[in-house]
Write a protein that binds this ligand. Structure first.
Ligand code: F6P
Length: 327
Protein backbone atom coordinates (compact mmCIF):
# COMPACT_ATOMS: atom_id res chain seq x y z
CA UNK A 1 0.00 0.00 0.00
CA UNK A 2 1.37 3.37 -0.99
CA UNK A 3 1.65 6.03 1.71
CA UNK A 4 -1.29 8.47 1.57
CA UNK A 5 -0.32 11.99 0.57
CA UNK A 6 -3.51 13.97 0.92
CA UNK A 7 -6.93 13.39 2.49
CA UNK A 8 -10.17 15.37 2.66
CA UNK A 9 -12.41 15.93 5.66
CA UNK A 10 -16.02 17.07 5.56
CA UNK A 11 -19.04 17.52 7.80
CA UNK A 12 -22.46 16.71 6.36
CA UNK A 13 -26.12 16.60 7.44
CA UNK A 14 -27.31 18.28 10.63
CA UNK A 15 -24.45 19.85 12.57
CA UNK A 16 -23.60 18.65 16.07
CA UNK A 17 -21.51 20.20 18.86
CA UNK A 18 -18.09 18.55 18.76
CA UNK A 19 -17.80 18.38 14.98
CA UNK A 20 -15.13 21.09 15.10
CA UNK A 21 -13.12 19.08 17.61
CA UNK A 22 -13.27 16.14 15.19
CA UNK A 23 -12.14 18.27 12.23
CA UNK A 24 -9.27 19.61 14.34
CA UNK A 25 -8.19 16.11 15.35
CA UNK A 26 -8.36 14.85 11.76
CA UNK A 27 -6.27 17.75 10.46
CA UNK A 28 -3.65 17.62 13.21
CA UNK A 29 -3.32 13.83 13.15
CA UNK A 30 -2.91 13.84 9.37
CA UNK A 31 -0.29 16.59 9.48
CA UNK A 32 1.59 14.77 12.26
CA UNK A 33 1.75 11.74 9.92
CA UNK A 34 3.01 13.78 6.97
CA UNK A 35 -0.38 13.73 5.20
CA UNK A 36 -1.85 16.94 3.82
CA UNK A 37 -5.43 17.70 4.93
CA UNK A 38 -8.03 19.45 2.81
CA UNK A 39 -11.26 20.69 4.38
CA UNK A 40 -14.19 20.09 2.02
CA UNK A 41 -16.82 22.75 2.66
CA UNK A 42 -20.61 22.40 2.72
CA UNK A 43 -20.68 18.62 2.98
CA UNK A 44 -20.91 16.43 -0.11
CA UNK A 45 -21.86 19.53 -2.13
CA UNK A 46 -18.32 20.78 -1.58
CA UNK A 47 -16.90 17.67 -3.15
CA UNK A 48 -19.22 18.08 -6.13
CA UNK A 49 -18.39 21.76 -6.58
CA UNK A 50 -14.71 21.74 -5.65
CA UNK A 51 -15.39 23.94 -2.60
CA UNK A 52 -12.44 23.41 -0.27
CA UNK A 53 -9.90 24.96 2.05
CA UNK A 54 -6.39 23.74 2.87
CA UNK A 55 -6.06 23.00 6.57
CA UNK A 56 -2.88 23.46 8.54
CA UNK A 57 -2.39 23.13 12.28
CA UNK A 58 -3.20 26.78 12.92
CA UNK A 59 -6.34 26.88 10.76
CA UNK A 60 -7.93 24.51 13.27
CA UNK A 61 -6.80 26.49 16.32
CA UNK A 62 -9.43 27.85 18.73
CA UNK A 63 -12.24 25.66 17.40
CA UNK A 64 -12.30 22.79 19.92
CA UNK A 65 -14.60 24.87 22.13
CA UNK A 66 -16.94 25.97 19.35
CA UNK A 67 -20.33 24.52 18.37
CA UNK A 68 -21.34 24.26 14.71
CA UNK A 69 -18.78 23.37 12.07
CA UNK A 70 -16.15 25.64 10.52
CA UNK A 71 -16.48 23.59 7.33
CA UNK A 72 -20.21 24.39 7.05
CA UNK A 73 -22.62 21.58 6.33
CA UNK A 74 -25.48 20.71 3.99
CA UNK A 75 -27.81 17.94 3.00
CA UNK A 76 -26.96 17.29 -0.66
CA UNK A 77 -29.68 16.19 -3.05
CA UNK A 78 -27.25 16.16 -5.98
CA UNK A 79 -24.97 13.70 -4.21
CA UNK A 80 -27.83 11.20 -4.15
CA UNK A 81 -27.58 11.00 -7.94
CA UNK A 82 -25.02 9.02 -9.89
CA UNK A 83 -24.05 12.16 -11.82
CA UNK A 84 -23.43 14.03 -8.56
CA UNK A 85 -21.23 11.29 -7.17
CA UNK A 86 -19.30 11.12 -10.45
CA UNK A 87 -18.59 14.87 -10.17
CA UNK A 88 -17.47 14.36 -6.57
CA UNK A 89 -15.14 11.57 -7.66
CA UNK A 90 -13.69 13.84 -10.35
CA UNK A 91 -12.94 16.45 -7.68
CA UNK A 92 -11.17 13.79 -5.61
CA UNK A 93 -9.00 12.93 -8.62
CA UNK A 94 -8.31 16.57 -9.47
CA UNK A 95 -7.27 17.44 -5.92
CA UNK A 96 -5.32 14.20 -5.56
CA UNK A 97 -7.27 13.02 -2.52
CA UNK A 98 -6.32 9.52 -1.39
CA UNK A 99 -9.15 9.22 1.12
CA UNK A 100 -11.98 11.05 2.85
CA UNK A 101 -13.08 11.37 6.46
CA UNK A 102 -16.83 12.07 6.57
CA UNK A 103 -18.37 13.32 9.81
CA UNK A 104 -22.15 13.10 10.14
CA UNK A 105 -25.16 10.87 10.57
CA UNK A 106 -26.87 8.11 8.67
CA UNK A 107 -27.35 10.08 5.42
CA UNK A 108 -23.67 11.06 5.46
CA UNK A 109 -22.66 7.41 5.79
CA UNK A 110 -24.96 6.32 2.96
CA UNK A 111 -23.20 8.92 0.80
CA UNK A 112 -19.81 7.73 2.02
CA UNK A 113 -20.58 4.16 1.05
CA UNK A 114 -21.80 5.18 -2.40
CA UNK A 115 -18.66 7.25 -3.02
CA UNK A 116 -16.36 4.55 -1.74
CA UNK A 117 -17.84 2.18 -4.33
CA UNK A 118 -16.38 4.46 -6.99
CA UNK A 119 -12.94 3.68 -5.66
CA UNK A 120 -11.94 6.08 -2.90
CA UNK A 121 -11.64 4.91 0.72
CA UNK A 122 -13.89 6.75 3.15
CA UNK A 123 -13.88 6.57 6.94
CA UNK A 124 -17.01 7.75 8.75
CA UNK A 125 -17.24 9.44 12.13
CA UNK A 126 -20.72 9.40 13.75
CA UNK A 127 -21.81 12.94 14.51
CA UNK A 128 -25.46 13.71 15.26
CA UNK A 129 -27.36 14.94 18.29
CA UNK A 130 -29.92 12.17 17.70
CA UNK A 131 -27.56 9.33 18.74
CA UNK A 132 -29.44 7.18 16.22
CA UNK A 133 -26.56 5.46 14.41
CA UNK A 134 -27.01 1.71 14.74
CA UNK A 135 -23.34 0.75 14.83
CA UNK A 136 -22.20 3.12 17.58
CA UNK A 137 -23.44 3.45 21.13
CA UNK A 138 -22.44 7.10 21.02
CA UNK A 139 -22.51 9.87 18.44
CA UNK A 140 -20.74 13.22 18.73
CA UNK A 141 -23.07 15.99 19.93
CA UNK A 142 -25.51 13.86 21.91
CA UNK A 143 -24.19 14.79 25.33
CA UNK A 144 -24.16 18.51 24.58
CA UNK A 145 -27.67 18.41 23.11
CA UNK A 146 -28.97 16.49 26.14
CA UNK A 147 -27.46 19.08 28.47
CA UNK A 148 -28.86 21.96 26.42
CA UNK A 149 -32.34 20.46 26.52
CA UNK A 150 -32.10 19.72 30.24
CA UNK A 151 -31.01 23.28 31.01
CA UNK A 152 -33.99 24.62 29.05
CA UNK A 153 -36.41 22.23 30.76
CA UNK A 154 -35.07 23.17 34.21
CA UNK A 155 -35.92 26.78 33.37
CA UNK A 156 -39.37 25.82 32.17
CA UNK A 157 -39.91 23.88 35.37
CA UNK A 158 -39.27 27.01 37.47
CA UNK A 159 -42.10 28.88 35.84
CA UNK A 160 -44.39 25.83 35.57
CA UNK A 161 -43.92 25.28 39.31
CA UNK A 162 -44.74 28.90 40.17
CA UNK A 163 -47.88 28.90 38.05
CA UNK A 164 -48.79 25.27 38.79
CA UNK A 165 -48.96 24.48 35.11
CA UNK A 166 -48.30 21.66 32.71
CA UNK A 167 -45.46 21.99 30.22
CA UNK A 168 -45.27 20.00 27.00
CA UNK A 169 -41.76 20.13 25.55
CA UNK A 170 -40.79 18.79 22.16
CA UNK A 171 -37.20 17.67 21.74
CA UNK A 172 -35.42 16.67 18.54
CA UNK A 173 -34.33 13.17 17.56
CA UNK A 174 -35.78 12.72 14.09
CA UNK A 175 -37.31 9.19 14.09
CA UNK A 176 -35.63 8.15 17.34
CA UNK A 177 -36.39 8.71 21.01
CA UNK A 178 -32.89 8.39 22.53
CA UNK A 179 -32.55 12.12 23.19
CA UNK A 180 -36.07 12.43 24.64
CA UNK A 181 -35.64 9.39 26.87
CA UNK A 182 -32.33 10.54 28.35
CA UNK A 183 -33.52 14.12 28.75
CA UNK A 184 -36.78 12.90 30.30
CA UNK A 185 -34.92 10.86 32.90
CA UNK A 186 -32.52 13.68 33.73
CA UNK A 187 -35.21 16.34 33.99
CA UNK A 188 -37.57 14.27 36.12
CA UNK A 189 -40.37 14.35 33.56
CA UNK A 190 -43.94 13.32 34.39
CA UNK A 191 -44.14 11.42 31.09
CA UNK A 192 -41.95 10.88 28.04
CA UNK A 193 -43.27 9.96 24.59
CA UNK A 194 -40.92 8.24 22.15
CA UNK A 195 -41.57 6.92 18.64
CA UNK A 196 -40.27 3.45 19.53
CA UNK A 197 -43.27 2.87 21.81
CA UNK A 198 -46.79 3.09 20.46
CA UNK A 199 -48.62 5.72 22.47
CA UNK A 200 -51.67 4.91 24.57
CA UNK A 201 -52.64 8.50 25.38
CA UNK A 202 -54.85 7.63 28.35
CA UNK A 203 -52.23 5.37 29.91
CA UNK A 204 -49.04 7.18 28.92
CA UNK A 205 -50.12 10.76 29.50
CA UNK A 206 -53.44 11.24 31.31
CA UNK A 207 -52.83 8.51 33.88
CA UNK A 208 -49.34 9.82 34.63
CA UNK A 209 -50.61 13.37 35.12
CA UNK A 210 -53.42 12.02 37.29
CA UNK A 211 -51.02 9.98 39.44
CA UNK A 212 -48.73 12.96 39.82
CA UNK A 213 -51.66 15.14 40.91
CA UNK A 214 -52.90 12.47 43.34
CA UNK A 215 -49.47 12.36 44.93
CA UNK A 216 -49.53 16.09 45.49
CA UNK A 217 -47.83 17.56 42.43
CA UNK A 218 -49.34 20.66 40.87
CA UNK A 219 -47.00 21.04 37.89
CA UNK A 220 -46.28 18.50 35.18
CA UNK A 221 -43.57 18.09 32.57
CA UNK A 222 -44.36 16.08 29.45
CA UNK A 223 -41.40 15.44 27.13
CA UNK A 224 -42.26 14.54 23.53
CA UNK A 225 -39.73 13.25 21.00
CA UNK A 226 -40.39 14.97 17.66
CA UNK A 227 -40.79 11.54 16.05
CA UNK A 228 -43.56 10.62 18.51
CA UNK A 229 -45.91 13.40 17.45
CA UNK A 230 -46.47 17.12 17.66
CA UNK A 231 -46.20 18.71 21.10
CA UNK A 232 -48.93 21.16 20.06
CA UNK A 233 -51.32 18.30 19.34
CA UNK A 234 -50.39 16.53 22.58
CA UNK A 235 -51.03 19.79 24.42
CA UNK A 236 -54.50 20.09 22.86
CA UNK A 237 -55.36 16.52 23.78
CA UNK A 238 -54.25 17.08 27.37
CA UNK A 239 -56.54 20.09 27.53
CA UNK A 240 -59.48 18.12 26.12
CA UNK A 241 -58.94 15.15 28.46
CA UNK A 242 -58.09 16.89 31.72
CA UNK A 243 -59.14 20.52 31.48
CA UNK A 244 -55.53 21.53 32.21
CA UNK A 245 -54.25 24.34 29.98
CA UNK A 246 -50.67 23.30 29.05
CA UNK A 247 -47.92 25.54 27.69
CA UNK A 248 -46.10 24.09 24.71
CA UNK A 249 -42.41 24.65 23.93
CA UNK A 250 -40.62 23.28 20.88
CA UNK A 251 -36.91 23.39 21.71
CA UNK A 252 -35.92 22.97 18.05
CA UNK A 253 -32.53 23.91 16.68
CA UNK A 254 -31.31 25.41 19.95
CA UNK A 255 -30.38 21.79 20.75
CA UNK A 256 -27.91 21.70 17.87
CA UNK A 257 -25.79 24.65 18.99
CA UNK A 258 -23.63 25.63 21.91
CA UNK A 259 -20.30 24.89 23.48
CA UNK A 260 -19.53 21.17 23.28
CA UNK A 261 -19.25 19.36 26.61
CA UNK A 262 -15.98 17.73 27.69
CA UNK A 263 -17.41 14.35 26.67
CA UNK A 264 -18.13 15.55 23.14
CA UNK A 265 -14.77 17.30 22.74
CA UNK A 266 -12.79 14.29 23.91
CA UNK A 267 -14.87 11.70 22.03
CA UNK A 268 -14.65 13.77 18.85
CA UNK A 269 -10.88 14.16 19.27
CA UNK A 270 -10.43 10.44 19.81
CA UNK A 271 -12.62 9.59 16.82
CA UNK A 272 -10.84 12.10 14.55
CA UNK A 273 -7.44 10.75 15.55
CA UNK A 274 -8.52 7.18 15.03
CA UNK A 275 -10.20 7.91 11.68
CA UNK A 276 -6.95 9.15 10.15
CA UNK A 277 -4.94 6.22 11.56
CA UNK A 278 -7.48 3.74 10.18
CA UNK A 279 -7.67 5.49 6.81
CA UNK A 280 -3.88 5.55 6.43
CA UNK A 281 -3.29 2.02 7.68
CA UNK A 282 -6.24 0.10 6.22
CA UNK A 283 -7.12 2.29 3.23
CA UNK A 284 -10.62 0.88 3.05
CA UNK A 285 -14.13 1.85 4.10
CA UNK A 286 -14.62 1.89 7.84
CA UNK A 287 -16.72 3.60 10.46
CA UNK A 288 -15.29 4.68 13.80
CA UNK A 289 -17.63 3.56 16.57
CA UNK A 290 -17.92 3.28 20.32
CA UNK A 291 -19.21 -0.05 21.53
CA UNK A 292 -19.57 -0.71 25.25
CA UNK A 293 -17.24 2.20 25.92
CA UNK A 294 -14.52 0.93 23.58
CA UNK A 295 -13.51 2.89 20.49
CA UNK A 296 -13.03 0.66 17.46
CA UNK A 297 -13.70 0.56 13.71
CA UNK A 298 -16.09 -1.52 11.63
CA UNK A 299 -16.55 -2.31 7.97
CA UNK A 300 -18.82 0.43 6.63
CA UNK A 301 -21.31 -1.83 4.86
CA UNK A 302 -21.74 -4.04 7.93
CA UNK A 303 -21.93 -1.00 10.20
CA UNK A 304 -24.70 0.56 8.14
CA UNK A 305 -26.81 -2.59 8.35
CA UNK A 306 -26.83 -2.45 12.16
CA UNK A 307 -29.96 -1.25 13.97
CA UNK A 308 -30.21 0.64 17.23
CA UNK A 309 -33.01 -0.03 19.68
CA UNK A 310 -34.17 2.11 22.54
CA UNK A 311 -32.00 1.60 25.61
CA UNK A 312 -34.12 -0.87 27.61
CA UNK A 313 -32.57 -0.28 31.07
CA UNK A 314 -33.06 3.46 30.57
CA UNK A 315 -36.69 2.90 29.55
CA UNK A 316 -37.31 0.65 32.56
CA UNK A 317 -35.81 3.33 34.80
CA UNK A 318 -38.04 5.96 33.24
CA UNK A 319 -41.12 3.79 33.71
CA UNK A 320 -40.29 3.31 37.39
CA UNK A 321 -39.64 7.01 37.86
CA UNK A 322 -42.85 8.11 36.13
CA UNK A 323 -45.07 5.48 37.70
CA UNK A 324 -46.11 7.74 40.54
CA UNK A 325 -45.54 11.20 39.15
CA UNK A 326 -42.75 13.66 38.49
CA UNK A 327 -40.10 15.03 40.90
O1 F6P B 1 -30.43 14.96 12.66
C1 F6P B 1 -30.35 16.06 13.46
C2 F6P B 1 -31.65 16.83 13.45
O2 F6P B 1 -31.47 17.96 14.28
C3 F6P B 1 -32.89 16.04 13.86
O3 F6P B 1 -33.00 15.90 15.25
C4 F6P B 1 -33.97 16.85 13.23
O4 F6P B 1 -35.10 16.05 12.94
C5 F6P B 1 -33.33 17.35 11.97
O5 F6P B 1 -31.94 17.28 12.15
C6 F6P B 1 -33.70 18.77 11.61
O6 F6P B 1 -33.14 19.04 10.37
P1 F6P B 1 -33.01 20.48 9.71
O7 F6P B 1 -31.75 21.09 10.22
O8 F6P B 1 -32.93 20.19 8.26
O9 F6P B 1 -34.19 21.28 10.13
Amino acid sequence: MAQMKRIGVLTSGGDAPGMNAAVRAVARTAISMGIECIGIRRGWNGLINGDFVRLDTSSVSHIINKGGTILYTARSEEFRTEAGRKKAMDTCKLLGLDGIVAIGGDGTFQGALALSRLGIPVVGIPGTIDNDIGCSHYTIGYDTACNTAIEAIDKLRDTMQSHERCSVVEVMGRHAGHLALYVGIASGATAVLVPEREMDFEQDVVEKIRNARLSGRTHFMIVVAEGAGSAVEIGKKIHESTGIDPRVTVLGHIQRGGTPTARDRVTASRMGYSAVKVLAEKQCNRVIVIQNGVLTDLDMEEALAMKKHLNEPEYALLSAMTGGGSD
